[in-house]
Write a protein that binds this ligand. Structure first.
Ligand SMILES: Nc1ncnc2c1ncn2[C@@H]1O[C@H](COP(=O)(O)OP(=O)(O)OP(=O)(O)O)[C@@H](O)[C@H]1O
Ligand SMILES: [Mg+2]
Length: 512
């Protein structure tokens, strides 16, 4: 009898529905699967046959044909096992055909008939909800993330035997119970452990307040890595929608722990400089999610920036501008969200001591130039704030009084973000942080007095800043004014913003 069960395949974070069509009849035994990548077919056939054997259904008496449609969607997952098995069971009359109607089945089977957890279950369920599916069965091992979704009847299953009992109406499968929407109590590194570095602390606070990208330049051991790691702690907790998206991304990437039911904290990703283009941006087989997507709504930290391959960094340009990574496939285009705050760190020169008043720099001017030329101009242009860190003084390290803590600075960041958010709602801006405002929006959000406009114009000419830099200087100035609780952007705000922009000038001042 011809039977159809529903399943789905993931392309990044998007899911395409897949119809599993099965025809099983008593005949010369055979078991064919079409519409699935060759390597996956063999595994699926073995697992489904063995799992059905375990519950007493011997397929050697049947001719079974399985078709996964549509045929032109690339499918090479093991997540169709459960749908194939239930469709066969319905086709041979072990379970009623109506019982599988309109239900989305996701799960990989083991040889013994256990239903194994899968990657990307939350992404599957978010798509199912969007499509208007009413009911879904997912592996019990995924109940933590499945508990995040509401508005669709989700049940979890542990074994094929249990699945059959439920389809026959003998038992009711449990709903996921794991959803505890509370933040996991993770101890964050505190900002009060960083001594001195007032300029960099201020730059970090501005970056956190307005969601701006940040570049820190300083000698080894000046606290660049320390500061970067403390940025996620300064940002407000993820909203419900953000938490859902971050969990779905981590689910697809196979990074969820068994604590998936907890609200995630802001991601902090720090890829090594040897990372490949695909590793950083995403794509390739699968396609894989890159670090820029894994850091979505969090922080992407590129330590030792000049050591990254230039081509890899160039790949970041579009995602940084658009907030998404677009990957083209023969039939479909996948887009992955990619809106992290970018934080970069580097030494001022190869030996690291250029501008360090205490140690001599051993680099020739030519070496310094070559080192800096590895940075991509267009990428630097996309970093709103450049800050130079001096070496830490021993007296600063020995001071016993604590500097401001993550809690104190985080509270100020939260109120600056509140100001931006209410302005964005009032004026109908898409972005609720200043880093996302367009030039047109800034005209309304940050009108300049004649003095401010004059100061900005002369700074741009003096430092030969690009048109992109103009917008970015304005955004940062808007943030500085918001932090001060001021409606107007004053010349002081513009001056501080320009000072945070000028990479070369900053390096020169560090060298004197
Ligand atoms: N401002 C600071 N306050 C307190 N400790 C500091 C500070 N700067 C550096 N340290 C100490 O030095 C260690 C190294 O700091 P960190 O890794 O942040 O330096 P860095 O600037 O990233 O250096 P590199 O250029 O070598 O990567 C820290 O773990 C900390 O113990
Ligand atoms: Mg470091």
């Amino acid at each position: 009898m011809h039977v159809i069960a529903l399943s789905a395949t993931l392309l990044g974070l998007d899911a395409e529905p897949v119809r599993v069509e099965v025809d099983a009849a008593r005949h010369v035994p055979s078991f064919e699967i079409v519409g699935l990548a060759e390597t996956s077919v063999r595994g699926s056939r073995v697992r489904v046959k063995s799992a059905l054997g375990q519950i007493g259904l011997d397929l050697s008496e049947y001719r079974v044909i399985v078709n996964l449609a549509p045929a032109d969607v690339r499918k090479n997952e093991s997540s169709f096992d459960l749908a194939i098995a239930v469709a066969i069971l319905a086709s041979v009359g072990v379970v009623p055909v109506e019982s599988i109607d309109g239900v989305l089945f996701l799960g990989e089977l083991s040889l013994s008939g256990a239903v194994h957890p899968l990657r990307g279950v939350l992404a599957h369920l978010m798509n199912a909800k969007k499509r208007g599916d009413r009911r879904a069965i997912v592996p019990h091992g995924n109940e933590g993330e499945a508990g995040f979704i509401s508005g669709i009847d989700v049940r979890t299953v542990e074994s094929l035997a249990e699945m059959i009992q439920s389809l026959r109406g003998d038992i009711e499968l449990p709903r996921p119970t794991g959803a505890r929407r509370v933040a996991a109590s993770s101890k964050v590194d505190n900002l009060d452990e960083v001594h001195g570095q007032f300029g960099a602390r201020r730059a970090l606070e501005i970056a956190a307040s307005g969601g701006h990208n940040l570049l820190m330049i300083g000698p080894p051991g000046s606290g660049k890595t320390m500061l970067a790691r403390r940025l996620p702690g300064l940002l407000p907790p993820l909203s419900n929608a953000e938490a859902l998206e971050v969990t779905a991304i981590h689910s697809v990437a196979g990074l969820l722990t068994s604590n998936a039911s907890f609200r995630p904290s802001r991601p902090f990703r720090s890829p090594h400089h040897s990372v490949s283009d695909v590793g950083l941006i995403g794509g390739g087989e699968g396609p894989r999610l890159g670090e820029v997507t894994l850091a979505h709504h969090g922080v992407l930290f590129l330590d030792e920036l000049p050591e990254f391959r230039r081509s890899t960094l160039e790949g970041l340009r579009l995602p940084l501008e658009d907030g998404v990574v677009t990957i083209s496939r023969a039939r479909a285009k996948a887009t992955f969200p990619a809106q992290p705050m970018l934080v970069c760190a580097m030494n001022p020169c190869p030996c690291g001591f250029l501008g360090d008043g205490t140690r001599r720099c051993a680099c020739s001017a030519e070496r310094v130039r070559t080192y800096r030329s590895r940075l991509s101009g267009p990428l630097l242009d996309r970093i709103d704030i450049h800050v130079v860190l001096p070496p830490v003084k021993v007296t600063e390290l020995q001071q016993t009084s604590r500097d401001e803590s993550t809690e104190t600075v985080g509270a100020r960041v939260a109120s600056a973000r509140e100001v931006q958010s209410s302005r964005a709602s009032r004026l109908g801006f898409a972005s609720h942080v200043n880093s996302g405002l367009t030039l047109r929006e800034l005209e309304t959000a940050a009108p300049l007095s004649a003095r401010s406009a004059e100061l900005l114009a002369s700074a741009l000419t003096m430092h030969a800043l690009s048109a992109r830099a103009y917008t970015r200087v304005l955004r940062v100035a808007r943030t500085i004014a918001d932090m001060a609780g001021e409606v107007d952007v004053s010349p002081e705000h513009i001056a501080e913003s320009v000072g945070l922009r000028v990479f070369e000038r900053g390096l020169r001042s560090a060298a004197t």
